[in-house]
Design a protein around this ligand. Structure first.
Ligand code: F6P
Length: 341
């Protein structure tokens, strides 16, 4: 048997762990593993890499994906070309670690392909799974940034505004901001009142607080306003969020007694080696994907639900983004800790 393995969409810490864990199980069972390079592009252009025991050993701790990835493949009208390339590669099945875009595209390109899907995104916004790998690492980057920037905020008596990734879901800002007890956390699912935020910051200033840290998700918006984004032809969705951090810092200086600065964490949130939590998750999910291949249980997704790694129909991953419920228990926890949210 020869099984292809590919990574699609934006990279996430832990992708190499999925490839290592799945490959170890498959190779131990005498199955050939064919690494597809650069997501779908590697299938179309038949660019692959033989994954051996030695080549994959230890990859789990490395950031990025050693197979390469792409989040802007043009797939419309290419189903026949895809099927031909897939057959020419001599594959008996495919394990794909990707996001909603990858699974939607695979459904269109090859509806009858023997496929195992593993959900991936630092944004943690995929339906069908309680958590995606890469999310814990992204939250750790945010929490470390809050801890570090609090020192300079206090030293200069400033507000530091930290802009995080996350698209339309506030999970990264919420998880990272909560883990570091940021003073305010602004997420897209809960449009904030500028008036109340200004009052909160003024009160803290007048109460003698040395400095403050505000975490804002890239698509967060004030009540009655739109999220800030630019149209961009390179982006898979046609738009790129960003700019709310700078907007808030300028507004804080105009509306409160504080001086303010902003920091955009950007791709640093995807660039770090995975945390231990993400490593456990990818070891379990990668091995589970391989076990489904061994049992020939195709068109299943490996998901994490109620503390367990299990399998579910692939279609479970294809819904709309899973956003934060405005009254989620983490939101309530923030409120009880006195964090503005
Ligand atoms: O989907 C993950 C994500 O990191 C988003 O949070 C972010 O908006 C986007 O990717 C940026 O992707 P890129 O700059 O690689 O196109």
């Amino acid at each position: 048997m020869k099984i292809g393995i590919m990574t699609g969409g934006g990279d996430a810490p832990g992708l190499n762990g999925i490839v290592e864990a799945a490959s170890r199980v498959l190779i131990k069972n005498n199955i050939e593993v064919c690494g597809i390079l650069d997501g779908f592009e590697g299938i179309f252009s038949r660019r692959t890499k033989n994954v051996t025991w030695d080549s994959v050993l230890g990859m789990h701790s490395v950031a990025g994906t050693f197979l390469g990835t792409s989040n802007k493949s043009k797939i419309a009208g290419r189903a026949e070309e895809f099927q031909k390339s897939y057959q020419a590669l001599g594959l008996d099945g495919l394990i794909a670690a990707g996001g909603d875009g990858t699974f939607k595209a695979l459904k269109e390109l090859a509806p009858n392909l023997p496929l195992i899907g593993v959900p991936k995104t630092i944004d943690n916004d995929l339906q069908g799974t309680d958590i995606t790998f890469g999310y814990d690492t992204a939250c750790t980057v945010v929490a470390d940034a809050v801890d570090a920037l609090r020192a300079t905020a206090n030293a200069h008596h400033r507000v530091m505004v930290i802009e995080t990734m996350g698209r339309t879901a506030g999970w990264i800002a919420l998880g990272g901001g909560l883990a570091s007890y940021a003073d305010a956390i602004l997420i897209p699912e809960r449009p904030f009142s500028r008036e109340k935020l200004a009052q909160f910051l003024k009160d803290a200033h007048d109460g003698g607080k040395l400095g403050m840290v505000v975490v804002v998700s890239e698509a967060a918006k004030a009540v009655g306003e739109n999220a800030i984004f630019n149209e961009n032809k390179h982006s898979p969705t046609g738009i790129r969020f960003g700019g709310i951090g700078e907007n808030l810092a300028r507004w804080i200086e105009e509306s409160t007694p504080w001086e303010a600065r902003h920091v955009v964490l950007g791709h640093l949130q995807r660039a770090r080696p995975p945390t231990t939590t993400d490593r456990f998750l990818t070891a379990s999910m990668g091995a589970k994907a391989a076990s489904l291949v061994l049992k020939k249980e195709w068109n299943r997704a490996v998901v994490y639900r109620n503390g367990l790694v299990i399998d579910a129909p692939l279609s479970d991953l294809q819904g709309e983004p899973r956003t934060v419920q405005p009254d989620h228990r983490w939101v309530k926890l923030c409120e009880s800790l006195g964090i503005f949210i």
